[in-house]
Design a protein around this ligand. Structure first.
Ligand SMILES: *Cc1c(COP(=O)(O)O)cnc(C)c1O
Length: 428
C-alpha cells in the first residue's frame, strides 16, 4: 500500500491531506512520509536477515536527503550513515547515528575533515586514491590514531545509467584503479596511521538492472579473496548504493533480489557487509508540493507556471529527469486534459519541469505535487534568483511537523555583508 495517495479526493501523505500542509506552510514545500522511509529501510534490513546476514549494516547515504528528522527516523530503525563531507558527518551525529555506524566517502576529504572524523571515532573512511591514503596516514599519526580504512576500488563496469551519475568506469574520477589496488593495499597495510579493514565499491546511481551489480560484486569479492591470500585483513565489504527507483516507467530490481545478489557473492566469505542506499530509501518517500501561479497561453503552447523552480528541484534541468506531476485535488473522471509545458519562474530556459506533458486541466491557484522527489530534491536546492530555500515537512500517522522552516527574506539578506569601503549609494 502506498502511504502517498488520494484520500477522499485529496492527495495525502501518511494520512495528512497536502492541502492542509500547503495552507499552513505555503508552497513550495517538500513533504516526506515516515511510513515510506521506514518501508525503504526495512526492505534492506529484512532482506539481509532473510538471507542469513542479519548483521549487515545499512548506511543511509545522507546526500540523498540529509534532513535531521529524516536521518533520525532512519537511525531509530537501526540505520547507519554514509557521509561525504564534515557537514553531513555532523548531521549524522546530530541526528543520533552512532559514530561507529558511519562511513565517510568522497574523493576530496580535506585533512581537517579527516581529523574531525577520526576524532569522533567513525567506523570507516573510504579512501579513493594513493594520495588521499598518504594524507590520511599523516593526519592519523599526528593524532596518535589509526584510521580504519577501506579502499574504494573502481571495478570498471558501466552502470548503464545517466552519464552524470555513473561512477564505476575506468575514466570516472572515483575509486582506485583496479589493477593498482593490490599494491596500494600492501602500502596501506604497512602505514602506521592506517588500519585496513575492508574494500568498497559504488558504481553509480539510479541503476535499474542487477547485471552491473553482479559483475561489480563478483570482481570485488574476488579481489577480497586474493587480498586475504596476500595477508591483507579484509573483514568488511562495502557494496555502495545506487539502486534505482521508478520515476516514470523504469522497473528497477526489488531490494530483496539486490540483497540476494550480495548474499550470493559473499557466500562462505565470512565478512561484514555494508550497503549505502540513498535514493532508494528517500526518493519514494517525498513529494514537492507547488502551486500554479499562472497559466500562460501562447499561439502554440500552454505554460503552467509554478511557484516551484529549478532551484527547488534541479533534477529535470540537471539530469533530464522525469518526475510525475499530479494535481493535489483529484480531477473528476471526465474532466478535460491538456498538453502543457510545466515551468518555474526562473530566468533560464532550463527551468522546465516537463515539456509537452498531458495533464488534467490546471487553473491558477491549483496545487500540484511532484512524485518521487524525496531524494536529491531539497538536498540540492539553492537560493538561485534569490528565492527562499524550500522548507520541508515530515508526516507520520496523520500528524505532521515542519522539519526545516522557510527562511524569511531578512534571514536571506542577513547572510550578506557590505564592507565599509564599498561606497554608499549615489544620492545626488
Ligand atoms: C551517492 C552515493 C551513494 C548513494 O547513492 P544512491 O544512488 O542515492 O543510492 C552511496 N555511496 C556513495 C559512495 C555515493 O557517492
Amino acid at each position: 500500500m502506498s502511504h502517498i495517495d488520494y484520500i477522499d479526493g485529496i492527495l495525502s501523505i501518511d494520512g495528512v491531506p497536502l492541502t492542509s500542509i500547503a495552507a499552513a506552510v505555503g508552497t513550495p514545500v517538500y513533504c516526506y512520509s515516515s511510513a515510506t522511509l521506514a518501508d525503504g529501510y526495512r526492505a534492506y534490513a529484512d532482506a539481509f536477515a532473510r538471507n542469513g546476514l542479519p548483521n549487515a549494516l545499512v548506511c543511509y547515504a545522507l546526500k540523498a536527503n540529509g534532513n535531521l528528522a529524516v536521518v533520525r527516523s532512519l537511525a531509530a530503525l537501526g540505520a547507519g550513515a554514509d557521509v561525504v563531507s564534515e557537514g553531513e558527518l555532523r548531521r549524522a551525529l546530530a541526528a543520533g547515528v552512532p559514530a561507529d555506524r558511519i562511513i565517510f566517502s568522497g574523493v576530496g576529504k580535506t585533512p581537517a575533515e579527516m581529523a574531525f572524523a577520526l576524532d569522533r571515532g567513525i567506523m570507516q573512511l573510504n579512501v579513493e586514491s594513493v594520495e588521499e591514503l598518504a594524507t590520511l596516514n599523516e593526519v592519523a599519526i599526528g593524532m596518535d590514531r589509526r584510521a580504519p580504512v577501506a579502499l574504494r576500488v573502481n571495478p570498471d563496469v558501466a552502470a548503464d545509467t545517466h552519464d552524470k551519475i555513473s561512477t564505476g568506469r575506468k575514466h570516472d574520477k572515483f575509486g582506485i584503479d583496479w589493477n593498482a589496488a593490490p599494491a596500494i593495499y600492501q602500502q596501506a597495510a604497512a602505514m602506521p596511521g592506517i588500519e585496513v579493514v575492508g574494500i568498497a565499491v559504488h558504481i553509480g546511481s539510479q541503476i535499474t538492472s542487477l547485471s552491473p551489480y553482479r559483475a561489480a560484486f563478483a570482481r570485488v569479492v574476488e579481489m577480497a579473496r586474493s587480498l586475504r591470500e596476500d595477508g591483507v585483513a579484509i573483514r568488511r565489504i562495502d557494496f555502495g548504493g545506487g539502486l534505482g527507483i521508478t520515476y516514470r516507467d523504469e522497473a528497477p530490481p526489488r531490494v530483496a533480489d539486490y540483497v540476494g545478489v550480495i548474499a550470493e557473492a559473499v557466500r562462505d566469505l565470512q565478512c561484514e557487509v555494508v550497503v549505502e542506499p540513498g535514493r532508494r530509501i528517500a526518493g519514494p518517500a517525498g513529494v514537492l508540493l507547488a502551486r500554479v501561479v499562472r497559466v500562460k497561453r501562447t499561439v502554440d503552447r500552454t505554460f503552467i507556471v509554478l511557484d516551484a523552480a529549478m532551484n527547488d528541484l534541479v533534477r529535470p534541468a540537471m539530469y533530464d529527469a522525469w518526475h510525475p506531476i499530479v494535481p493535489v485535488v483529484a480531477p473528476e473522471p471526465d474532466s478535460p486534459r491538456e498538453t502543457v509545458d510545466v515551468v518555474g519562474p526562473i530566468c533560464e530556459s532550463t527551468d522546465m519541469f516537463a515539456a509537452q506533458r498531458e495533464l488534467p486541466r490546471l487553473r491558477e491557484g491549483d496545487l500540484v505535487a511532484f512524485g518521487a522527489a524525496g531524494a536529491y530534491g531539497a538536498a540540492m536546492s539553492s537560493e538561485y534568483n534569490s528565492r527562499l530555500l524550500v522548507p520541508e515537512v515530515l508526516a507520520c500517522e496523520a500528524i505532521w511537523s515542519v522539519v526545516r522552516r522557510r527562511p524569511t527574506f531578512d534571514d536571506m539578506l542577513s547572510q550578506d555583508a557590505i564592507p565599509d569601503w564599498v561606497r554608499a549609494p549615489f544620492n545626488g
